[in-house]
Write a protein that binds this ligand. Sequence first.
Ligand code: PEP
Ligand code: MN
Length: 346
Amino acid sequence: MIVVMKLGSSDEQVAGVIKRIEAAGLKEHLSRGVERTIIGVLGRTFPELRDMLEMLPGVDEVIPVSKPYKLCSREFHPQDTTVKVGGTTIGGNEIVVIAGPCAVENEQQLLETAKAVKAAGATILRGGVFKPSTSPYHFRGLGEPGLQLLAQIKKETGLPVITEVMSPHEVELVASYADILQIGARNMQNFNLLEEVGRSGKPAMLKRGLSATVQEWLLAAEYILAQGNQQLMLCERGIRTFETYTRNTMDISVIPVIEKVSHLPIIADPSHGTGKWYLVAPMALAAAAAGADGLMIEVHPNPDLALKDGAQSLNFGNFQQFMSQLRPVAAAVGRSVASPPLEVKS
Ligand code: PEP
Ligand code: MN
């Protein structure tokens, strides 16, 4: 359940409610909005608690939350969450484009790609260095030297970077280089990893699992939020269906679903969502029209030679063309496309 405090309720009254929640053996989660303070009650609540809390001074109403996920629900947090990375805000009116190679391969590949995607209008650079791989015989990433390359190219281009972290004991290491921690589809229910990312306090992006329902995905997000990390966004990357023409089935409908039930920003990844480069732009445009807060696109200088996911990667020309299509689509739904940082920060 959630406790909605009256407009202008005092700190003392909020403290009184928290004390009562704790006395019942439950935990609270405080959310102070511009207008209202809302206190989430976490744990096994009981019907009498509603009346007890409703009688306390400063309480406006107590609303039972019907959904199993709480901290990520709109009921608990009506305003959109925004994630701040460098000078970019994700979850506001601007659509943020995250682009770069599936995997960091070498300095030249990363630098060339970063410059090209920035020139075309991307705001954040992606590049995997710890690669989850279905086959142990495929390229599994450069590891820490790849993180160093990401940090170097970030310095040279001013683009913040996102990269995947696969295990709880690597969270500290990856967080020391990256601006955003990515949790991949295969790790959506690695609960120890989720909690460690939650404890890191670092901006994070949680991808939807290969066959995860919306509820399973949001409950996974709950693990991160419950550790006190509110800088979280979700990413739809396609789900497994009976269809084999595409690598996954890109679930565009989940974008407005997430917007309805959760306050977290939603990113769309049509590269993994389709597995085919020529489907990336149409699905990215559809995702933008459906309300995505950001798009994650794989780009490679020479997709035919990519060590990973070449078939779904755009070359520079195709990426640039896509960006010019994106701007009018964003404008048509009352949004704009975020601009890359002008200055290179030293
Ligand atoms: C990736 O972004 O490179 C990746 C491995 O994605 P996913 O976890 O969605 O398969
Ligand atoms: Mn990939």
